[in-house]
Design a protein around this ligand. Structure first.
Ligand SMILES: *[C@@H]1O[C@H](CO)[C@@H](O)[C@H](O)[C@H]1NC(C)=O
Ligand SMILES: *[C@@H]1O[C@H](CO)[C@@H](O)[C@H](O)[C@H]1NC(C)=O
Ligand SMILES: *[C@@H]1O[C@H](CO)[C@@H](O)[C@H](O)[C@H]1NC(C)=O
Ligand SMILES: *[C@@H]1O[C@H](CO)[C@@H](O)[C@H](O)[C@H]1NC(C)=O
Length: 443
């Protein structure tokens, strides 16, 4: 008897690993729900790599999202509800009809996902790839987050013609921002800035040039990102050789600064502990500060500011002297002058009174010219702008003899060490500021 029992036990144990590997995900059955008040307000993939549910965002706000669950950096890779947070008491439910429904504490539905073709949904699952799916009983996926990306794509994910990524607004605000990465219906892969609050696209600031030849954008299992072509070939977005997806988590995100970056993060803790952030593997475009944004829009930074790549090659938006950020929490929103504009008067000497020019080397605002002089020097350029009440700034060329006068708002400015342009900014002198400002009582 005992030997028969041992034999049976042995058979069961031998079968067990096979049984587990065939079962690749945890089903979320119809009628299941989670509330953000639950102790564990999310579902995890079988490997535990990804979670789907309520990500604690701010003190009392949550995002319905997908994120990396195992590593200390709980990076979000997808958000529901257009990135808008929900308050305490919100609930996500897979209803008995197979609709994934997000409701607030008073039961109002604010977002939902359902089968694209009226198929009967049998269950949902968060897969080990990071894809959350609604599935039929035959395991046909009838809605998937991989088909509805927000700002990120993951290995094994494909963008079809007409699909896009939209950047979020700021580092912590997941609502829609100003940049798009689109695989157009004609096969061209392009980056745009959007003329908010409309959906109008400005001229592209990067394009793959694959009109009539591109078919899909693939992020394959080995970590390569490329366009597949009608010819059967591929067009890689980077020549870098990826690291292993077995050892590294990988994602590619259209960041809130308009740059598309492929990132890596080690799956197991290195000897000196987990890194505090993801490493950038490559990015596109290489220098967004000097990318060509066409005629309209503010470019990467807001109006009246200028863009400079920092030591990590990330764009940093800065204000010229005499200016400050419109929103100190969002440097991408642009800058405002800290003074009242020069008033146009018939008497030139009175216009100039209280104003001065400040020099910003290697800096240019290539747009918004209203006058161009030749065969003049920097000193002449400065004086001419100073006494012209329409002039916000002037650009002079080192060793050259050009002078461009600029009007408000200054747009698509950048500082680049290799630039021979010298920006001359008109600002109010400090004493004048004090005399005209709040400080009158001191006089
Ligand atoms: C439910 O709450 C939302 C805010 O979360 C509010 O806008 C809506 O009016 C409320 N609806 C009802 C029926 O109370
Ligand atoms: C998930 O549910 C489907 C449909 O009910 C079923 O066929 C499948 O075996 C289930 N899978 C697991 C891993 O439980
Ligand atoms: C991913 O793409 C690269 C480049 O085309 C290719 O060499 C590699 O075999 C692909 N990996 C998989 C798993 O398809
Ligand atoms: C007021 O203006 C005077 C000079 O006119 C300056 O010395 C003083 O610091 C100013 N006070 C403030 C509060 O700005």
């Amino acid at each position: 008897m005992a030997s028969l029992f041992q034999y049976l036990l042995c058979m069961v144990l031998l079968q067990l690993p096979l049984f587990i590997s065939a079962q690749t995900y945890n089903n979320i059955t119809l009628g299941s729900s989670i509330s953000n008040l639950d102790e564990k307000p999310y579902w995890t993939s079988r490997s535990g790599d990804f979670a789907f549910g309520f990500h604690p965002h701010h003190k009392d706000f949550f995002l319905l999202a997908i994120w990396y669950a195992k590593i200390p950096v709980k990076t979000i890779v997808w958000t529901a509800n257009d990135g808008k947070p929900v308050e305490r008491g919100a609930k996500i439910q897979l209803t008995s009809n197979g609709v994934l429904s997000l409701t607030t504490s008073n039961g109002t539905e604010i977002w939902k996902a359902e089968a694209i073709d009226n198929s009967q949904v049998a269950y949902a699952a968060i897969l080990d790839t990071g894809n959350f799916v609604l599935s039929t009983a035959e395991s046909k996926f009838v809605w998937a987050t991989f088909d509805n990306p927000t700002d990120t794509i993951l290995p094994n994910q494909v963008l079809d013609l007409g699909n896009k990524l939209s950047s979020r607004l700021t580092k912590d605000d997941y609502t829609v921002g100003r940049f798009e990465f689109v695989l157009l219906g004609d096969g061209n892969l392009v980056f745009y800035t959007i003329a908010r609050p409309t959906e109008k696209r400005n001229e592209p600031y990067w394009a793959s040039g694959t009109v009539d030849s591109g078919t899909q954008l693939e992020f394959n299992q080995s970590g390569y990102i490329y366009l597949t072509l009608k010819s059967g070939g591929i067009r890689s977005l980077s020549s870098e050789r990826p690291v292993s997806t077995e050892e590294y988590y990988q994602r590619a995100t259209l960041d809130y600064d308009g740059v598309f970056r492929q990132y890596t993060y080690p799956k197991s803790s290195p000897t000196n502990g987990w890194p505090e952030s993801w490493s950038t593997f490559w990015s596109l475009p290489q220098d967004i500060c000097t990318s060509s944004f066409g005629e309209f829009g503010s470019g990467v930074c807001g109006f009246n500011s200028y863009c400079k790549l920092d030591k990590d090659q990330r764009p940093e938006c800065l204000c010229p002297p005499g200016y400050s950020f419109i929103d100190p929490d969002n440097s991408f929103k642009g800058c405002k002058p800290n003074f009242v504009q020069q008033v146009c008067k018939a008497d030139e000497s009175r216009i100039v009174d209280g104003f001065e020019m400040q020099v910003l080397s290697n800096t240019d605002w290539p747009f918004a010219d209203y006058e161009w002089f030749k065969s003049v020097n920097q000193d002449w350029c400065e004086k001419t702008c100073l006494k012209d009440c329409f002039c916000a700034a002037a650009i002079s060329r080192r060793g050259g003899d050009d002078c461009w006068l600029k009007k408000f708002p200054l747009s698509r400015g950048f500082m680049n060490p290799s630039s021979d342009r010298i920006a001359l900014i008109k600002i109010q002198t400090l004493e004048h500021l004090n005399n005209n400002g709040m400080n009158l009582s001191a006089e």
